[in-house]
Design a binder for this molecule. Structure first.
Ligand SMILES: Nc1ncnc2c1ncn2[C@@H]1O[C@H](COP(=O)(O)OP(=O)(O)OP(=O)(O)O)[C@@H](O)[C@H]1O
Ligand SMILES: [Mg+2]
Length: 299
C-alpha cells in the first residue's frame, strides 16, 4: 500500500509538469481561473446537498459558469434534488468509455452537472494511459468559473481527496450538539490528515432559528479550532430552518428556484456574496485540483 502511494506521488511529480503543460491544458486556460469549492460535513443529513445545489444555482444566476460535481454515493443526492437521472458518470470517463463532454448534463437551472458516483474512488487503479486521458478530460472543465463538489458526510478517503484538492472547503453543520461535535471532528481530521497548508476552511451553520444561534455555534467552532488546532475557520453565515427546503426536496426542485425570496434563499445569497468577497490565489484552478487529487493516498 505504502509503495503504491509513494509510486502515485512520484508519478504525479512528473505529471505535475505534464499536467500543467500545454499537452493537457487547453489554449487560453490562463485567461480564466476556476474556483473549486468542496462542501462537506461531519454528520450526515445536515444540508450539504441542498447547500451545494442551491449555491451552484445562485452562482449561475450571477452569470457565472458553474459545474456541480456530485461526489456523493447517497440516495438524496444532487440529481434527485434536480430530478435528473445521469446515465454516465466519471467512472466512464476514467475507463475512457465516454468523454467528459458526453457525461456533463445541462440542467434547467443554468448550471451543468457531473455525476461523480464511484468514479473518483477508481483513481488509484488507473493505469498511466487512463490517468493522462483523465487529466486531459478534467481540463475540459476549466471553462467553468466555479466548480462545486458535493461530498458524502464523514471522513472517507474519497471525501479527503476532494478536501485536499479544493481551493475552499465548506463544512456544513447544524446547531445540534452531535452535528457540532462531528463538524469539529472532521475539521480536526482535515487539519491532521490533509497536508494542504493553504487550506481555506469555511463554515455554514444550517437550520438555525436565529442569526444569534448561528453566530454562537460558529464562534464556538472558530475559537476551538484556533485554540486546539491552530486553524482558522471562517464563518460564512447561516441558513434558517425553513420548511420550504424539505418541501422543495420532495418536489425535486431546488428551493432557490422555488422561491428566491424565501428565508433560506436570502441566507444563501448572503453566503455567496461573502464567498465572492474573498479573493483566492492566482495559482489555483483545475491544474492544482488534479495534482492534489492524484497526490493523495487513494488505497
Ligand atoms: N435549512 C433547512 N431548513 C429545513 N430543512 C432543511 C434545511 N436544510 C436541510 N433540511 C432538511 O434536511 C434534509 C437533508 O438535507 P441534505 O440532503 O441537503 O443533507 P446532506 O448533508 O446532503 O445529507 P447526506 O449526508 O445524506 O448527503 C433535507 O431533505 C431537508 O428536509
Ligand atoms: Mg447529500
Amino acid at each position: 500500500m505504502e509503495d503504491q502511494a509513494e509510486e502515485l506521488r512520484s508519478l504525479m511529480k512528473d505529471r505535475d509538469d505534464a499536467a500543467l503543460s500545454d499537452k493537457h491544458e487547453p489554449i487560453g486556460r490562463n485567461s480564466r481561473k476556476t474556483r473549486i469549492i468542496t462542501i462537506t460535513s461531519g454528520k450526515g443529513g445536515v444540508g450539504k446537498t441542498n447547500v451545494a445545489t442551491n449555491m451552484a444555482i445562485a452562482y449561475g444566476q450571477m452569470g457565472k459558469r458553474v459545474i456541480l460535481i456530485d461526489a456523493d454515493l447517497g440516495l438524496a443526492n444532487v440529481n434527485v434534488m434536480m430530478n435528473l437521472i445521469p446515465q454516465y458518470n466519471l467512472y466512464h470517463v476514467i475507463r475512457k468509455q465516454k468523454k467528459m463532454s458526453e457525461i456533463i448534463l445541462e440542467t434547467d437551472y443554468g448550471i451543468r452537472l457531473v455525476a461523480g458516483a464511484s468514479g473518483f474512488s477508481k483513481i488509484a487503479n488507473m493505469n498511466e494511459e487512463e490517468r493522462n486521458s483523465f487529466i486531459s478530460e478534467m481540463y475540459t472543465l476549466s471553462d467553468a468559473d466555479i466548480i462545486i463538489i458535493d461530498t458524502s458526510a464523514g471522513v472517507s478517503k474519497n471525501v479527503l481527496g476532494f478536501v485536499a484538492a479544493a481551493d475552499e472547503v465548506v463544512v456544513v453543520t447544524t446547531p445540534e450538539p452531535t452535528s457540532i461535535t462531528d463538524a469539529y471532528g472532521i475539521i480536526k481530521i482535515i487539519a491532521t490528515e490533509v497536508d494542504n497548508l493553504n487550506i481555506n476552511l469555511k463554515m455554514i451553520v444550517n437550520r438555525v432559528g436565529s442569526s444569534i444561534e448561528g453566530k454562537r455555534v460558529a464562534d464556538r467552532m472558530t475559537s476551538i479550532a484556533a485554540q486546539f488546532l491552530n486553524l482558522k475557520v471562517e464563518y460564512l453565515g447561516f441558513i434558517y430552518d425553513d420548511p420550504l427546503v424539505s418541501q422543495s426536496v420532495l418536489r425535486q426542485k431546488p428551493f432557490f428556484v422555488v422561491d428566491p425570496k424565501s428565508k433560506a434563499s436570502v441566507c444563501l445569497k448572503h453566503i455567496v456574496s461573502r464567498i465572492e468577497k474573498t479573493e483566492f490565489p492566482e495559482t489555483e484552478g483545475i491544474g492544482r485540483f488534479v495534482r492534489k487529487l492524484f497526490g493523495r493516498n487513494w488505497d
